[in-house]
Design a binder for this molecule. Sequence first.
Ligand code: SF4
Length: 360
Amino acid sequence: MVPWLRLHVSNVCNFRCPQCHVFQLSDNVYPSKIMPLPVMTTALDQYTRWLFSLGERRTLVNLYGGEPLINRRNILDLIRQAGRELNGVQIHWSMNSNGSLLKEQDVRELMAYNLDFHISCDGPEAIHNQSRPGLNASKGTFSKVIEALELLRRLGAWRQITTYCSPINYLHLKELVDIAAAHEIPRIYLDIFHSPDGAFPPDLPRLYLEAYRHARAKGVKMIGPWSSIFLLGTLRSTEEPFRSPSIEVNVDGTFYSSNLPLTRGKSNPPVQELLRYVTSPEYQRTIAEGLHYYAQKCDGCELETACRGKAIRQFQYHLGQEEGYENSCAFTRGWIRNLSTDVMFRKHLTLQEKQRFPFA
Ligand code: SF4
């Protein structure tokens, strides 16, 4: 697994989707709204130096929000300064965006750094607009997303549609594949099903599998957190999940390990202390506590050695709440079981994962 650094460069967005976890945060949690450039450069410098000392030579750096392009000037400066390699570590850049603020000139510049554009699209127009209504709900945001997808297609940028499966869109996954195919989007990142309130639809794993097969027929790659769960399960990997830990930097410049349980709102150290902290006994203790947390939660689960809490983490991350993850786990178990019935799946998925990143 390639370790990754996620920078929450903006805590504001011009869409304000009702389900987005960013808007469930009160100003008391993160009073900052925009990440300053020195926080970004310090985080990246310390993180890459740490990776180098661990023997890692590649990393994924993801720009995340809110909408990252609200902090456009700083992220452009960061990428210009850091380039494609820093402190001996090769960087693969990506950005999760709603697409509405993309400008051709910026796309052209970012393409020179191989930035991978991850554009949110949840389904066909009516479904997407229900999920992401924007400030003018009667108009919706779908047309803006399609404009962005077309811009990226025309310029030949690295690109994917990013979405998560929810009670709003789970019946429309094949239509989402059709949108990707129509706009020549080579990949869909489909997150695990999240439903904090509703029941888990029993036929959901079948719908995922149908969508996956539909994507394969249309030449669209479909990936998600379930890809690595499946591959880890079938490969019977014993890889230590925190060996090369990934780091999440909050908009206020504090950070935590992405593999740990929800820490939002808890006190985290500032990135200026990243190198000191990750080599301290305190960090080792925190990691041990995280492992213990998931070991307890996942004890006896059929995916215990493959998933290791990932379904819980995905739920907590997207919903911003600690409890209520049982539906995500039930879905993940059902989906992974269903995947095992697709004889082409493992081979196909292994190939997809290999082709996912533009590393030399
Ligand atoms: S499905 Fe849930 S309980 Fe099972 S291993 Fe994954 S996170 Fe743990």
